[in-house]
Design a protein around this ligand. Structure first.
Ligand code: HGY
Ligand code: MN
Ligand code: MN
Length: 412
């Protein structure tokens, strides 16, 4: 058959996105399937069932990465072409972040099976553990271990923000696997993902050929001050951890505005102790997420934050301790794979453009071991990590069809 006319079954893909979204549904259209929780287990069980129904050989590695393997007809030692993403979500996640890439990989397999199309190289669909990094840090933990960037023992010893041990959680949900780590060194890796930003939607462009991804710096700051009476303590005698946390957040906003360009800064988590109306906070715990496409500028932002914190600590008579949580330099993807994505998008008649990813993705880890690139489709109003996350069905199908033909080209 002329595989050029092959298309994924849009209804099949939309139905599985809907079914997976019911697991951990938060009632407002979103999902909560934090890594290695019971909801994540249920999502994994469902995806593994769909993999088996498609005739894929399901394998699980020691960090819980899932793989559905479709045999090729070429030489047995031919490296496979891999696609995939993640099915864990943030606590207020949408239904497309990660899930769309994994399920589109399965939709590609479904289309190939239906059409009786075989490929020379094996095709592997992956779902990597703890991509979000919301429960365990760093993010992209499963693909980082897969690519050799984090020893398995260190990953197993990682504690969740709720105190659970990663290895114990893998065992508890039945996904402490024994597949080889890494299962394979792919011939190439292509990840399909929603953009999660406003660019494609604003430009009315359907496909992004992602050629690079910005650097990420995550740290946890602990401010230790002195609890005291809110009414009796003169301002000059305070060591107010709550004020210091607010001062740090305001500094980070000023820093990002002043640096401009792609610099972004976020304080996403903040807790005060004892968190009471009439007690000056003794302790503040906050997280800092800094990102920039330029490594030198990202380091500059880190240095400036450290300097501000040191000055603030001295002035306010508090201690401020920083604990690194994740640090990844900017990544350049493979131009050959990105060019192929752009060509397939054009051949299928979709407007396409080059993109930089503002978000972290498993592809940035696979890029350490094989040629890798990503396909983006528009996020309506750029909203993501939010139950209102939405991508039009036509765009979902468009991305999956570009993935289908990119994988076909790479694996035949
Ligand atoms: O944080 C990120 O960029 C990704 O969602 N883990
Ligand atoms: Mn994602
Ligand atoms: Mn995400």
């Amino acid at each position: 058959m002329n595989t050029g006319d092959l298309r994924i079954d849009q209804g099949w893909l939309l139905a599985r996105l809907e079914a997976l979204a019911q697991i951990g549904a938060t009632g407002d259209g979103g999902c909560c399937r934090l890594a290695l929780t019971d909801a994540d287990r249920a999502g994994r069980d469902l995806v593994c069932r769909w993999m088996r129904e498609l005739g894929l050989q399901v394998q699980v590695d020691p960090v819980g990465n899932l793989f559905g393997w479709r045999a090729g007809i070429g030489a047995a030692d031919l490296a496979p072409v891999m696609t995939g993403s993640h099915i864990d979500t943030v606590a207020t996640g949408g239904r497309y972040d990660g899930n769309y890439g994994v399920l589109s990989g399965l939709a590609v397999v479904q289309a190939l099976n239906d059409a009786g199309v075989t490929t020379r190289r094996p095709l592997v669909v992956a779902a990597f553990t703890n991509e979000e990094g919301a429960r365990f840090q760093p993010d992209m933990l499963g693909s980082l271990v897969y690519a050799g960037g984090l020893p398995l023992a260190d990953a197993h010893a990682t504690r969740a923000i709720d105190g659970a041990l990663l290895r114990d959680e893998l065992q508890r949900i039945g996904y402490l696997g024994s597949a080889p780590l890494p299962l394979c060194r792919p011939h190439a890796y292509v990840e399909l993902h929603i953009e999660q930003g406003p660019v494609l939607d604003a430009d009315a462009v359907t496909i992004g050929a992602v050629r690079d991804l910005q650097g990420i710096s995550w740290q946890a700051l602990t401010v230790s001050g002195q609890s005291n009476h809110a009414g009796t303590t003169p301002m000059r005698l305070r060591h107010d951890a709550g004020y210091c946390a607010a001062a740090l957040a305001c500094f980070l906003r000023r820093l990002a505005d002043e640096m401009g360009g792609s610099q972004v800064a976020t304080v996403g988590a903040l807790t005060l102790h004892p968190n009471l109306i009439n007690v000056i906070a003794a302790r503040a715990e906050l997280t800092v997420d800094l990102r920039n496409t330029d490594e030198a500028l990202l380091r500059q932002a880190e240095r400036r934050l450290a300097q501000f914190a040191a000055d603030l600590a001295r002035k306010e008579g508090v201690a401020i301790e920083a604990r690194p949580l994740a640090r990844f330099e900017p990544v350049r993807f493979d131009d050959g794979v990105a060019d192929l994505i752009a060509r397939q998008a054009q051949r299928l008649g979709f407007r396409q453009r080059n993109m930089t990813s503002g978000a972290g993705h498993d592809a940035q880890m696979l890029a350490r071991m094989c040629p890798a690139a990503m396909i983006f489709v528009p996020s309506v109003q750029g909203i993501s990590h939010n139950p209102a996350e939405h991508t039009e069905p036509g765009h979902l199908a468009a991305g999956a069809n570009v993935l289908l033909h990119t994988l076909l080209e790479l694996s035949c």
